[in-house]
Design a protein around this ligand. Structure first.
Ligand code: ATP
Length: 239
C-alpha cells in the first residue's frame, strides 16, 4: 500500500505505576521513507513513547500502528517491521559480536543459514566484521553503539527507531554514523530518531516533532524548524 504510514500513534497515554502521567494523549504520524526526529528535554516522554511502540512498556490507552499492524491485535506484525536501538547497551558483554547478531536473528525466527548471512552483511555494513570474534566488552563505546545498530537491522526492519544513537560518541564516529543513517534511509528504511542535538536533527531529518511534558507541542518539516530555531521558546523546550 503506497500511502500507508510507517507509524501512527493516536491518543496515546501512559501512566506509570507510581501514578505519574508520562504521556498525555500523543498523536503522531510518520510517513513511509521519512527521517523523523523526536526532540524534547530530559523526561519529556520520548523513551516512554518509543518503549510502547517496541512493546517494552505497556500503554495505558490509545492506539499504535506500525505499517498498518495494530499493536493490540497484531504485535507480531509490529515486531517484524520494527528495529530498535535503545539508549542503553543491552547485549551480553561476554558474548562475541557475531553471536550477538545471530541470536537476534533467532529471536525473529530467521532460519540459521539466513541468520548467518544477515549477521555478516550487517556487521560489514557497520564496519564491525573484523571484530566478529571479540567479546562485546572489548569494543570501544562507538563500536558498541554500532553493534546495537547492526543487531537492530538483522531482520531488515522497514522502520528503524534510534533512541539517542550518538549520545557520548565522538564527532568523527558521529559523522560516519550520520552518513550510514542517510544511506539506509535513502535505500528505503524509515527512521525515527530521538536526540538532544538540534544540529543532528537538522543535518538528518525531514520532519520533526517536539515533545514536552508528555505532549507533542510542535510538528513540522525541516524548513519550519530552521525558521523557529532562533526563537527562545523553542530552544527552551529542548533544555
Ligand atoms: P530522556 O531524554 O532523558 O531519555 P525522555 O523524553 O525519553 O527523556 P522518558 O524516559 O520517557 O523521557 O520519561 C518520561 C517521564 O516518565 C520522566 O519524568 C520519567 O521520570 C518518568 N518515568 C520513566 N520511566 C518510569 C517508570 N518506570 N516509573 C515511573 N516513572 C517513570
Amino acid at each position: 500500500v503506497l500511502n500507508m504510514n510507517a507509524l501512527e500513534i493516536n491518543q496515546l497515554y501512559k501512566r506509570y505505576d507510581n501514578d505519574f502521567l508520562a504521556v498525555k494523549g500523543i498523536n503522531l504520524e510518520v510517513k513511509q521513507g521519512d527521517f523523523f526526529a523526536l526532540l524534547g528535554a530530559n523526561g519529556a516522554g520520548k523513551s516512554t513513547t518509543i518503549g510502547i511502540v517496541a512493546s517494552l512498556v505497556n500503554k495505558t490507552s490509545g492506539t499504535v500502528k506500525v505499517y498498518g499492524h495494530d499493536l493490540d491485535t497484531d504485535p507480531e506484525g509490529v515486531k517484524r517491521c520494527l528495529g530498535l536501538v535503545p539508549q542503553e547497551f543491552n547485549f551480553n558483554q561476554f558474548e562475541n559480536v557475531f553471536d550477538i547478531v545471530v541470536s537476534q536473528a533467532g529471536y525473529y525466527g530467521i532460519p540459521r543459514k539466513k541468520a548467518l548471512e544477515r549477521a555478516e552483511i550487517c556487521l560489514k555494513q557497520l564496519e564491525l566484521w573484523g571484530k566478529r570474534n571479540e567479546a562485546a566488552r572489548e569494543l570501544s563505546g562507538g563500536m558498541k553503539r554500532r553493534l546495537m545498530i547492526a543487531r537492530a537491522l538483522v531482520h531488515e526492519p522497514k522502520l528503524l527507531i534510534l533512541d539517542e544513537p550518538t549520545a557520548g560518541v565522538d564527532i568523527e564516529i558521529r559523522r560516519s554514523m550520520w552518513r550510514f543513517f542517510k544511506e539506509i534511509n535513502a535505500a528505503g528504511t524509515t527512521i525515527i530518531l530521538t536526540t538532544h542535538y538540534l544540529e543532528e536533527a537538522e543535518s538528518l531529518c525531514k520532519h520533526i516533532a517536539i515533545i514536552n511534558k508528555g505532549n507533542v507541542i510542535e510538528n513540522m518539516d525541516m524548513k519550519g524548524l530552521l525558521e523557529k530555531a532562533d526563537e527562545e521558546v523553542f530552544v527552551l523546550s529542548l533544555e
